[in-house]
Design a protein around this ligand. Structure first.
Ligand SMILES: NC(=O)c1ccc[n+]([C@@H]2O[C@H](COP(=O)([O-])OP(=O)(O)OC[C@H]3O[C@@H](n4cnc5c(N)ncnc54)[C@H](OP(=O)(O)O)[C@@H]3O)[C@@H](O)[C@H]2O)c1
Length: 331
């Protein structure tokens, strides 16, 4: 079955995602924006037949099977529930929602409606990540005991930008930290404990943060992320019989190698020839829809709910609060 896609929102990631997908032969039948003007401009740019001036019209378009939600995080739950309520399979940008409570609501609504819902964590769909899962599962580095990963970018400093604005779910954790966190959970499972330390902006969002996670069996993750400076953005999975080192930029198609305990390279890979990343993710979501069992795949919805819980806890520890958290018990 060919999946006919619609997109909600016409901002930065919507452009990158749709551009990649169109190049990969994925079919977009409609775009929805808060303004018809933006929807029309986007439709023209990407050769999409129908432009809608509201998200409601997009989700009720009977030429759309799957909706891609590309609005700020604070809108994700509302926009995803709109699409699910209209009976559409729904791919939601990361961070999936603002809180774990919202994530639970969205995942349960999709299950009850019999549609697929998935967090758009595109890195999990890169072929190199499937290979890394295999290296670990086959014991080629022994028992994994540590994941180290960073994600730093020098992002816009304008306090009105969504990344800096608490009203739009600003902060490094939900935008950047989600990548190393999702990677750690992919390799080591959902953590059993979370320790977070962060630096907050004057507006009260985290500009940088470190997380130490402990996983089942005592394995740990050391993750750091921030939005004021760029770092090499590398990652390692360290096991009792060797390690995997991913070069800069680890969450994109890159070079990586497996080393033994002496540090000698025993396997070497170059993922840079892969197709643009977002196409893999869209194909992954199409496969989830086709499977009929919407619980699995490289980014299972229940894992997304668990990850949102880790982010809630990290924010609680460093003192980042959003409106969706409700009134503070201290106030
Ligand atoms: N997967 C990735 O690699 C990646 C990269 C960047 C961002 N993201 C995620 O994608 C989401 C969107 O990020 P972005 O960088 O694309 O943001 P953006 O450029 O600001 O675009 C967001 C779009 O959402 C719509 N929107 C609805 N309500 C809005 C509001 N109150 N304020 C601003 N825009 C609103 C707008 O589209 P209309 O005007 O057409 O309605 C806007 O163009 C975020 O959750 C972010 O974490 C993912």
């Amino acid at each position: 079955m060919t999946v006919r896609w619609g997109v909600i929102g016409t901002g930065g990631i919507a452009r990158s995602f749709v551009g990649d997908c169109v190049a990969a032969g994925i079919e977009f039948t409609a775009v929805g924006s808060r303004t018809l003007e933006s929807a029309r401009a986007f439709a023209t740019e990407f050769g999409i037949p129908t432009a809608h001036g509201s998200y409601e019209e997009l989700v009720t378009d009977d030429q759309v099977d799957a909706v891609y939600v590309a609005t700020p995080h604070t809108r994700h739950a509302e926009d995803a529930l709109l699409a699910i309520g209209a009976g559409k399979h729904t791919l939601v940008e990361k961070a999936f929602t603002i809180t774990q409570v919202e994530a639970r609501t969205v995942v349960d609504a999709a299950r009850d409606a019999g549609v697929a819902v998935m967090e758009a964590m595109w890195t999990r769909f890169l072929p190199q990540m499937a290979m890394i899962r295999e290296v670990v599962a086959e014991g080629r580095i022994g028992r994994p005991v540590l994941v180290e990963a960073t994600h730093h970018q020098a992002l816009p400093t304008d306090p009105r930008h969504r990344l800096r604005d608490p009203a739009l779910g600003g902060g490094a954790l939900l935008d950047l930290g989600i990548y190393p966190l999702s990677f750690a959970v992919d390799v080591l499972g959902v953590p059993t404990s979370v320790v977070a330390a962060g630096t907050l902006s004057e507006q009260g969002v985290d500009t940088q943060m470190g997380l130490v996670l402990t996983h089942q069996g005592g394995a740990q993750s050391m993750l750091h992320f921030g939005m004021d400076v760029r770092s090499p953005n590398t990652a390692s999975v360290i096991g009792e019989a060797g390690r995997i080192d991913l070069d800069s930029t680890w969450y994109t198609p890159t070079t990586w190698r497996v080393r033994d305990t002496d540090g000698t390279v025993v396997e070497e890979y170059d993922g840079r020839e892969e197709l643009a990343g977002y196409g893999h993710e869209a194909r992954g979501f199409e496969a989830l829809i086709a499977s009929g069992d919407h619980r699995g795949g490289p980014m299972p919805p229940e894992e997304t709910v668990a990850i949102m819980g880790v982010m809630d806890e990290a924010r609680r520890q460093v003192g980042v609060r959003y409106a969706a958290d409700g009134p503070s018990s201290a106030s």
